[in-house]
Design a protein. Structure first.
Length: 407
């Protein structure tokens, strides 16, 4: 049957998104990667433009996505096993690389076991389906990522069994714990490790302390979950994320291979029993083909690099370039949210000025993300910069000078 009538309705809905300012801009298409040369880090060319761009909107924090050893590992696995698994995990779609990656990431984050997914988004959704029942109560930070919000929605629990605490407000978290309804046996407290629009972190040590105080009140206790997609590999002394930075381990760690590790896919690391429950109950794990062996092999190599001197050197440069950029903003008198993470928000606080600055940077060969209402509240208009290990001191100086000359 034709979709003419549906198309008319959808066209109206799309127009409404445009009028509300919520429509996404056309996707720019990268057509060429230009390796680092001299004092310059890598550059990118876009379809329809002759410019060479610095990417300051990439979450490949350690710049491993173009690492030759990752590419070689992916190529070798592909040559031996093919480009796709050909089945779901429980119908002989599990290859040696899936098993090796799960063991490797569990070891890296300090948990007994792990399961890998096609993304951190599907990891969160699968986790919610696994651990929720009619006596579960969920509590989340108000600035949690969309994947966490979606996971809470599909957990099939009533709205009365959900609580939201003010961003990083420990007193409000405790309020939510005090207000858990009678009859609840299991409380889940979930939060981002690094909040991706702001670059600030969840104080896991404080969250653990508060949750531990209420743990005995519930049959199954209070379970803490961190989605550390933006922290894993890029944060902490040796890149083990927000838990390492806070010196406190949550019960469950959700993460991604698609940011600092430079590959693709997500994971959940937790107890052996919980990981087996995921294997048995998580729809987003069971009913889909898994990652390719190429992704798995590349992710294993990425973790191995993070665990050696090269990885520590990349992390050191990432921290230094981040500090350089933050210092440059301070010297210009620009407002930001303090912290050591490579997500650095520039608070512009004006919609027209935000759009103008994004265009100015683009015209001078710099790719960034501008955030305006309704994505952020009016008055919180922001440009998000993301520093990568491949950025050079000269790259950062160039961008700071652009910000200085913008009027």
């Amino acid at each position: 049957m034709p979709t003419n009538k549906l198309d008319i309705s959808l066209t109206g809905e799309l127009e409404a998104l445009k009028q509300e300012g919520r429509a996404k801009a056309p996707e720019r298409i990268i057509e060429q990667y230009i390796p680092p040369e001299g004092k310059k880090g890598p550059r990118y060319k876009l379809v329809g433009s002759d410019k060479q761009f610095i990417r300051l909107n990439s979450n490949s924090y350690l710049s491993l996505s173009n690492h030759s050893e990752l590419a070689a590992a992916a190529d070798e696995a592909t040559q031996k096993f093919g480009v796709g698994p050909g089945a779901v995990r429980f119908i002989d779609g599990t290859f040696i690389h899936h098993d090796q990656l799960e063991k490797r990431v569990a070891e890296f984050v300090g948990k007994p076991a792990a399961k890998i997914f096609n993304s951190a988004y599907t990891s969160n959704c699968g986790l919610a389906l696994t651990i929720s029942n009619n006596k579960t109560h969920w509590i989340g930070d108000q600035l949690n990522h969309n994947s966490i919000i979606r996971a809470m929605r599909i957990s099939n629990i009533p709205s009365a069994n959900k609580g939201i605490f003010k961003h990083n407000d420990m007193a409000d978290l405790e309020r939510c714990l005090k207000q858990v309804p009678q009859g609840i046996e299991r409380v889940v407290v979930i939060f981002d490790g690094i909040f991706s629009m702001r670059g600030d972190y969840a104080p896991i040590n404080e969250i653990n302390t508060i949750c531990n105080a209420y743990d005995s009140k519930f049959k199954d206790g209070v379970i803490t979950i961190v989605d550390d997609s933006h922290g894993m590999g890029a944060y902490g002394e040796t890149g083990r994320g927000t838990a390492q930075f806070c010196k406190a381990l949550p019960d469950i760690i959700v993460g991604t291979f698609g940011k600092a590790f430079g590959v693709n896919g997500g994971f959940i690391a937790a107890s052996t029993a919980l990981v087996e429950a995921i294997r048995q109950k998580a729809d987003t794990y069971i009913y889909t083909n898994p990652l390719s062996v190429a992704d798995c092999a590349a992710a294993i190599k990425a973790i191995d690099i993070c665990d050696n001197d090269e990885g520590l050197a990349l992390l050191k440069n990432l921290k230094e370039r981040t500090a350089q950029f933050r210092k440059g903003l301070d010297q210009l008198g620009k407002e930001s949210i303090p912290g050591p993470h490579p997500v650095v928000p520039l608070m512009v606080r004006d919609t027209k000025k935000t759009h103008a600055l994004v265009k100015y940077l683009f015209d001078h060969g710099v790719l960034v993300v501008g955030l305006t209402f309704p994505v952020v509240p009016k008055g919180d208009e922001t440009i998000r910069f993301q520093i990568n290990a491949c950025h050079t001191s000269a790259d950062i100086e160039y961008v700071i000078e652009l910000l200085n000359t913008f009027e």
